[in-house]
Write a protein that binds this ligand. Structure first.
Ligand code: HEM
Length: 215
């Protein structure tokens, strides 16, 4: 039987392709959008990571979610530096969540409060993605909008304390494989992971509507 890390990756593969090829992501990666769209996207990430990381302290002691909570992953401080760069010192005053982002953050909070294994699904979907495809987005953002390499504007994608991302991802998959959950619970986690991908895609859809390419 496949390991749990393989199961969760395989099960979400189709949705990964969908997220990756969404209109907004394609336009962003294709260099067809302005910095304002990138800033708006970064603002949406703030709400998601606020939800993920507000719960991290409490979940660190949880037997299921605890092992996944690692300080070197925390992104909120980096996001805030990026936003200060993108929007200026008053970035917080103009920060608003799209309804799709509200829904995403609300689901993360719900899992964080009631269902630690569900929180793991959200944790996996974001952080392992950031460590992987996030690097492609960073590279593209640096080239498109002229941010300094790994500097302000793209710090969200830079994991200063993870010197070997490939090794880190291997360890993370080992943690997934050792998750304290029976088969039924693992299926529920996989389903939550798919839901996490769908929540991301919904945010992309909303951003795509806000930033249509002028035809
Ligand atoms: C244009 C956008 C994206 C690109 C180019 C991209 C690219 C990639 C690549 C190349 C990998 C493979 C890394 C490896 O095998 O180690 C990966 C893995 C991953 N991506 Fe993405 N990705 C994108 C968007 C997303 C989004 C929106 C999410 C979800 C929020 C996501 C979640 C993940 C996850 C969870 C993994 C880890 C899979 C695993 O090994 O278990 N990605 N991505």
């Amino acid at each position: 039987m496949d390991s749990f890390s393989t199961l969760i990756r395989t099960a979400s593969h189709e949705q990964h392709v969908e997220a990756e090829t969404s209109t907004f992501m394609s336009d962003l990666l294709g260099g067809r959008l302005g910095m304002d769209a990138y800033a708006r996207y970064t603002e949406q990430l703030w709400f998601v990571y606020e939800a993920l990381e507000a719960a991290a302290g409490r979940l660190a002691a949880d037997p299921v979610a605890g092992p996944f909570v690692r300080p070197e992953l925390l992104r909120l401080a980096s996001l805030e530096r990026d936003l200060a760069h993108l929007r200026g010192a008053g970035w917080r005053a103009g920060l608003t969540a799209l309804p799709a982002t509200e829904a995403y953050a609300a689901r993360v909070r719900e899992c964080a409060e009631d269902w630690p294994a569900g929180y793991v699904a959200h944790h996996y979907t974001r952080y392992l993605g950031d460590l992987s495809g996030g690097q492609i987005i960073r590279d593209k953002a640096e080239r498109t909008w002229g941010f300094a390499r790994k500097g302000d504007g793209v710090r969200f994608y830079v994991f200063e304390e993870i010197t070997n991302p490939a090794a880190f991802k291997r360890e993370y998959r080992d943690l997934l494989d050792g998750i304290r959950a029976d088969d039924l619970e693992k299926q529920r986690v996989v389903a939550e992971c798919k839901r996490a991908f769908a929540l991301n895609t919904a945010v992309f859809r909303a951003l795509g509507e806000e930033f249509p390419l002028s035809a």
